[in-house]
Ligand binder design. Structure first.
Ligand code: ADP
Ligand code: MG
Length: 667
């Protein structure tokens, strides 16, 4: 038997972490809700676990395992002489490949067991006790106590029903007592069966092996059906009790065999049914019935079975064996043993082990619903995807620290959807930033190139202009060369203008900030542009600040470029309005005209150097790129609103220059 520590916290069933993948199947299958989910790992909580082994059975990744005793037993067999095995009556379902049960007994014996006894004689004795109990008691209704997982479940989660547990030992405990009487109190007993919970049942037997462990021991010791001598069980042989694993429990076996108390036993097998039966019993719906409860789908489907088999197939194997056994049983000898052990003490006491946790309040549960985005009752789908029966159960488990919110599938899907949207948004933003970056890179390259060319061109152009002027001064206007030389001078002037523009555009990325009264600054910008009379200029000042840090010389150029463009867009006159405003973070300069507007297909080319729609000799296409560079150096931005289509309303354009306030600039 395994040693329990103070808190009864031996991990009888546990998780093998690297095999566990977040699927919640074990949470769904655990009748005791003894599995917590932390960081995507399903961990068994020892003090809540009833060792039913459901999680071991259902985990397809074999991520749940249980305490193994094969090494201990092998050591025991090597060191002690009188080690006795007692074999569960479900063994024919495990060893389907072996036709003669005596081969199985022989294999177990050759592991070193001195005797091999059937548990079913214990079942015969216990069945008698159940019979007495039910016959003598008319009022009280019992819950069978032969399944240790059920006993654990009742004492932990329905402690007030502890008193209803039949105060009778299990067949295994009974056979251990018989063995000690018969073969000496110093004998050591090892139970072999399909059950994990038996490992936790009591301190008798000394060790519990599941069929899985037994198979492993055969493997280690190289024992097979071929290399052993078959032998029969040692007495006492079991009688009708052998049938209880297929007859839906002990109480039911008694009822069927003795034709007793017809109809007042309810049998419930499996993790869902047994819980329902307890709840109904507790609520008084079936409290005139005795309950026969089995955690597995009958012991023949226990988690310690190695051989997979269907329920009815397993039943058939056990029934076949029992039929044959009862035909050959020496009933007289059986009767003698029954008589001999009639007075054996088979009583047992249970004490409650209340492991219930306080129910959270409605408000606490609501607070989790809010986190899950389930404030509307219709959002609580009870879809079971999280492993819990309902959204409420999941929320309660979250409050108890057993579950995580993201186990909720609809919640996680919603989160994922939001994340995808957010990523899409960020991607678009990133794309436009990438484009802007490309643009400014292009501008920087162009700037470097232009600066080089402009510098080289400037001096020779100056010489050409100077000599053209000298020649013009010396020539008479009537001279046939006069007009040609004049044209040379004019064209060279034009080249110089372009070169000047190029030099401006390519200026170094340096700004010399100074404090400027922004309203005054704008007025001086307007003054520096020649504005025809048919254009009406208005400046509206909504500024709440006055002083502002800018590079005055550069910003004058930027703003005048915009104003010049506006003027040039209104050849027939119009309104030029400049609106100044600010908030806590930014200053906005909005320059609007009632001119031609900008064609939509030109919008994304405006800041490309040399883009112009103006006739040859008029535009250089360097105004806006220069403005863009200056505004960027001030960490500002330019937005453009324009209408080109007369059918959509009055045409015109607004250039909105937004500049961050001083604090930002200084950073
Ligand atoms: P340029 O003035 O030498 O053509 P810019 O870079 O200053 O070069 O302007 C580029 C082009 O942008 C102009 O040719 C014109 O088509 C367009 N543009 C700029 N501002 C306006 C405006 N206010 N109204 C209409 N078109 C404009
Ligand atoms: Mg221009």
């Amino acid at each position: 038997m395994i040693e329990l520590n103070n808190n009864n916290k031996v991990p009888l069933v546990f998780t093998i972490s690297d095999r566990c993948k977040t699927c919640y199947t074990c949470i769904r299958e655990c009748p005791a809700k003894a599995i917590s989910m932390q960081n995507g790992q399903a961990n068994v909580i020892p003090e809540r676990c009833i060792a039913c082994g459901n999680c071991v059975k259902v985990c397809t990744r074999d991520a749940k395992s249980f305490y193994n005793e094969q090494t201990e037993v092998l050591e025991l067999l090597a060191s002690a002489k009188n080690v006795i095995a007692c074999l569960a009556p479900s063994f024919p379902a495990e060893f389907k490949e072996i036709e003669d049960y005596k081969v199985v007994v022989g294999m177990i014996r050759s592991l070193g067991f001195q005797k091999v006894v059937e548990v079913s004689f214990g079942a015969d004795l216990v069945a008698e006790k159940y019979k007495e109990l039910i016959q003598n008691e008319t009022e009280k209704k019992y819950i069978s106590s032969d399944c240790p997982a059920i006993v654990g479940y009742i004492t932990k989660y329905h402690p007030h029903l502890t008193d209803n547990l039949a105060p009778v030992v299990s067949p295994v405990m009974a056979i251990v007592r018989v063995i000690k009487e018969l073969y000496g109190h110093d004998s050591r007993v090892v139970f072999i069966g399909p059950c994990i919970a038996k490992k936790n049942e009591s301190d008798s037997p000394d060790n519990v092996l599941t069929f899985r462990e037994l198979r492993r021991m055969f493997h280690i010791k190289k024992i097979s059906a071929e290399n052993i001598t078959p032998s029969d069980f040692d007495p006492p042989h079991g009688g009708r009790g052998s049938i209880f694993p297929v007859n839906r429990g002990l109480l039911n076996t008694v009822q069927i065999q003795e034709n007793l108390i017809q109809g007042n036993i309810i049998v419930a097998e499996g993790r869902v049914n047994f819980k329902d039966a307890i709840t109904e019993f507790e609520n008084g719906l079936i409290n005139d019935h005795h309950l026969e409860l089995l955690c597995c789908d009958g012991c023949i489907m226990g988690p310690g079975m190695f051989t997979e088999g269907k329920k009815f197939e397993n039943q058939a194997y056990v029934t076949r064996y029992v039929r044959q056994k009862l035909e050959n049983l020496n009933w007289k000898e059986w009767q003698n043993y029954m008589e001999r052990f009639k007075t054996l003490d088979l009583s047992r006491k249970f004490s409650p082990d209340d492991s219930r946790v306080k129910m959270p309040t409605k408000e606490e549960i609501e607070s989790i619903y809010i986190l899950m985005g389930k404030t509307d009752e219709r959002d609580r789908l009870d879809c079971h995807a999280c492993g819990y029966e309902s959204c409420e159960e999941h929320a309660i488990a979250v409050l108890r620290g057993l579950a995580e919110i993201d186990m909720c599938l609809p919640y996680t899907l919603e989160q994922l959807k939001n994340l995808v949207n957010e990523l899409n948004f960020k991607n678009t933003k990133l794309e436009s930033m990438q484009q802007a970056l490309k643009q400014s890179e292009k501008l920087a390259h162009l700037g470097q190139l232009s600066a080089g060319i402009a510098h080289e061109l400037n001096n020779p152009l100056g010489v050409v202009i100077m000599y053209a002027n000298i020649l013009l001064d010396e020539l008479d206007e009537q001279n046939p060369y006069y007009n040609d030389i004049k044209l040379i001078g004019e064209q060279a002037e034009r080249c110089k203008k372009i070169v000047g523009g190029l030099l401006n555009f390519a200026r170094k990325n340096k700004v010399a900030f100074a404090n400027v009264d922004i309203h005054e600054f704008i007025q001086s910008c307007v003054r520096s542009v020649v504005i025809p009379e048919n254009i009406n200029v208005k400046i509206k000042n909504f500024l709440t600040i006055h002083d502002f840090n800018i590079d005055k010389e550069q910003m004058t150029q930027a703003i005048t470029n915009i104003i010049k463009n506006a003027v040039e867009a209104m050849p027939d006159g119009g309104d030029l309005s400049i609106v100044l405003s600010n908030n806590n973070n930014e200053v906005e300069i909005k320059i609007s005209d009632t001119g031609t507007g900008i064609a939509p297909e030109h919008m994304d080319k405006l800041f490309t150097p040399f883009f112009t729609t103006k006739p040859l000799g008029k535009g250089t296409g360097l105004g806006l790129p220069t403005t863009y560079g200056i505004v960027k150096m001030h960490k500002g931005r330019i937005d453009i609103e324009s209408n080109y289509d007369k059918t959509k309303g009055p045409t015109g354009t607004s250039f909105i220059v937004t500049l961050p306030l001083n604090k930002n600039l200084e950073q």
